[in-house]
Design a binder for this molecule. Structure first.
Ligand SMILES: [Ca+2]
Ligand SMILES: [Ca+2]
Length: 231
């Protein structure tokens, strides 16, 4: 049986923990409102990416921005940073192309997303920077990414949610050899023949090389994204 003394000690400890958490939240909120100019509402969103594929997605690079900024664009050539990200999961180039750039509110790196798993990150932003763009590599490909450009964050009210299933994109920067000589999950990094193409819808794994469809590919959709306003 638990003694009164133990119970009281446990209660006191949990009160201290709760107070600590409340003051941490207050500090975070204060910092967020300090960055928001007068008249701009501050929002916090939780972004959850579910990997629907059979191989990992690398850490996504994401940015909240206004309509003047594009992380990438379907039908256009990938920037060097996005090409690096799509070919090898390298985040530094794409992050540098977004962070501090005109029209960008915040840019950062999210957690890696294991096959068939979900991972989340939080974004604090204002009404000035509501569109979200992000991209992550599917590691068993030459240059396929799970990505969204200009996704609309659901800002209408706290608790508002949008769920989107997304198809894979081919960055158009490396030819789809599907060879162990060129694909990161099979041990080859920073190597592969140039494609010199544009960002387009991926046709999925074709089985022309060493990538095994049944173990390392995905179905119609590569990811499911849940965008939720939490405050
Ligand atoms: Ca390609
Ligand atoms: Ca490669």
């Amino acid at each position: 049986m638990v003694s009164w003394r133990t119970l009281i000690a446990a209660l006191a400890a949990s009160c201290v923990a709760a107070l600590g958490a409340a003051s941490a939240t207050a500090t975070a909120n204060a910092a967020a409102s300090a960055t928001a100019k007068a008249g701009q509402q501050t929002y916090v969103f939780k972004v959850t990416i579910r990997n629907l594929g059979r191989a990992d997605l690398t850490s996504p690079v994401y940015a909240v921005h206004n309509r003047s900024f594009r992380l990438f664009q379907l039908g256009k050539k990938a920037s060097p940073g996005i090409a690096n990200l799509a070919e090898d999961g390298a985040t530094s180039g794409a992050l540098a192309e977004a962070r501090g750039k005109r029209g960008v509110g915040q840019a950062n790196i999210g957690p890696r997303i294991a096959a068939r798993r979900s991972a989340s990150f939080r974004i604090t932003t204002t009404s000035k920077h509501l569109p979200l763009s992000w991209a992550a590599m599917q590691i068993c490909t030459n240059d396929v990414m799970a990505a969204q450009s200009n996704a609309k964050l659901p800002a209408s009210k706290v608790g508002a949610r949008r769920i989107v299933r997304i198809r894979a994109l081919d960055a158009g920067s490396e030819q789809n050899t599907e060879s162990r000589a060129h694909v990161p999950c099979l041990g080859a990094h920073n190597v592969g023949p140039n494609e010199n193409g544009v960002i387009k819808r991926s046709k999925g794994v074709q089985g022309r090389g060493d990538v095994v469809n049944a173990n390392q590919s995905w179905g119609k959709f590569l990811a499911r994204v849940t965008l939720k306003r939490i405050s």
